[in-house]
Ligand binder design. Structure first.
Ligand code: C2E
Ligand code: MG
Ligand code: MG
Ligand code: MG
Length: 284
C-alpha cells in the first residue's frame, strides 16, 4: 500500500516536472520570438522637482509589447530573461532604445530632461560594459544608471570598479534604486557616493498614516542632504504624500499620483505641454 502511494507520488512529481520544463521552454521561445520581432520597448515615467513640481527626469522602464499577449510588465518577463541568462542583453536593448527615443525627442525640438535606465547586477559585472558604453553616442550629462542597493552587497570586484570608473568617465551618474527595501546599506552610500538615492515605495506608502514611518523617511532624506545625495521618493500616489514629502525637503518625486509610465509618443506629447503642477500620463 505504502509502496503504491510512493510510486504514485513519484509519478505525480515526475509529470509535473515535465510539465514545468515544457512551460519554461514555451516561455523561453515566446520571449525569444518577441525579441526577434522587436517587441521589446521602453515606457517612461516622469519624475518631478518636489518644490516646483516641474518635470526633472524620466525613468526608462522596459515593456514587452507582445502581439500575442498584449502589454507585458517587467515582472512577467524579466525573470524569464534572467533564467535564460539574457538579462544583460535586455538592459543593453533598453539603453539603446532610450538613446533612440532621446534623439527623436531632441529632433522634435523638445527639451529632454535627464533619463535614467535600470542596470542589473549582472550587467554591471560584465567585463565588456565599459567598452560597449564607449562605442555609444551618448548625449553628455543626460543619462544615469539605477542600480539596486543589493548590487553592492557582493564584494566589489575589479570588474565592477572598472565599470563604475568608465560610467563616471562618460558622465553617467549613479542612482541607488529601491533604497531601504532590502539590505539597507548606509555604508555603501559613503563608498559609492551616488548622485541620487531612490527611497523604495514600500517605505513611502505608509508615511501618511504612520508617524514612525514618516520619521524614518525624514531621517533618510536628512542623511541624503548631509552626504550631498539627492533623494527621490518612489511610489508617490496621493496629494498627502506630495505635501508630506515637500515638507520633508525631499528633492524629487515619482509616482502614479503625479504621472504614470507612458510610451515614447506620449512622452513627446507630455514634454511639449509640460508645465508646473502638470498631472498626466496613462499607461495604455
Ligand atoms: P523600479 O526600477 O523601482 O521602477 C519603478 C516601478 O514602480 C515601475 O514598475 C513603476 O511603474 C512602478 N511605480 C511607479 N510609481 C508607482 C506608484 O505610485 N505606485 C506603484 N504601486 N508603483 C509605481 P515596472 O515598470 O513594473 O518595473 C518594475 C521593476 O522592473 C523596476 O522597478 C525595475 O527594478 C525592473 N525594471 C524595469 N525596467 C528594467 C530594465 O530595463 N532593466 C532592468 N534590469 N530592470 C528593469
Ligand atoms: Mg528603477
Ligand atoms: Mg525603484
Ligand atoms: Mg523596484
Amino acid at each position: 500500500e505504502a509502496k503504491k502511494a510512493g510510486r504514485g507520488r513519484y509519478r505525480f512529481y515526475s509529470s509535473s516536472m515535465k510539465e514545468e520544463a515544457r512551460r519554461r521552454k514555451r516561455s523561453f521561445d515566446a520571449l525569444t520570438a518577441g525579441v526577434e520581432k522587436g517587441e521589446i520597448t521602453c515606457h517612461y515615467q516622469p519624475q518631478f522637482d518636489a518644490v516646483t513640481l516641474e518635470v526633472s527626469g524620466l525613468e526608462a522602464l522596459v515593456r514587452w509589447e507582445s502581439e500575442k499577449f498584449g502589454l507585458m510588465m517587467p515582472q512577467e518577463f524579466l525573470p524569464v530573461a534572467e533564467d535564460m541568462g539574457i538579462l544583460p542583453e535586455f538592459d543593453d536593448l533598453v539603453l539603446r532604445r532610450a538613446l533612440h527615443d532621446i534623439r527623436t525627442w531632441h529632433n522634435a525640438g523638445l527639451h529632454v530632461p535627464p533619463v535614467s535606465v535600470n542596470v542589473s547586477a549582472t550587467r554591471l559585472k560584465d567585463p565588456m560594459l565599459g567598452e560597449q558604453l564607449g562605442t555609444l553616442d551618448l548625449p553628455p550629462g543626460i543619462l544615469s544608471f539605477e542600480l539596486l542597493e543589493s548590487t553592492f552587497l557582493d564584494a566589489r570586484n575589479e570588474v565592477i570598479e572598472k565599470n563604475l570608473a568608465a560610467i563616471n568617465a562618460l558622465g553617467i551618474s549613479i542612482e541607488i534604486d529601491d533604497f531601504g527595501s532590502g539590505h539597507a546599506s548606509i555604508a555603501s552610500l559613503l563608498e559609492i557616493a551616488p548622485a541620487r538615492l531612490k527611497i523604495d515605495r514600500a517605505l513611502i506608502r505608509p508615511i501618511v498614516d504612520s508617524e514612525r514611518q514618516r520619521e524614518l523617511v525624514r531621517t533618510i532624506i536628512g542623511i541624503g542632504h548631509m552626504l550631498g545625495i539627492r533623494v527621490v521618493a518612489e511610489g508617490v500616489e496621493t496629494d498627502p504624500h506630495i505635501q508630506i514629502l515637500q515638507e520633508m525637503n525631499c528633492c524629487f518625486l515619482q509616482g502614479f499620483g503625479l504621472a504614470r509610465p507612458m510610451d515614447s509618443a506620449n512622452v513627446a506629447h507630455f514634454l511639449s505641454r509640460a508645465a508646473p503642477s502638470a498631472r498626466a500620463g496613462r499607461e495604455a
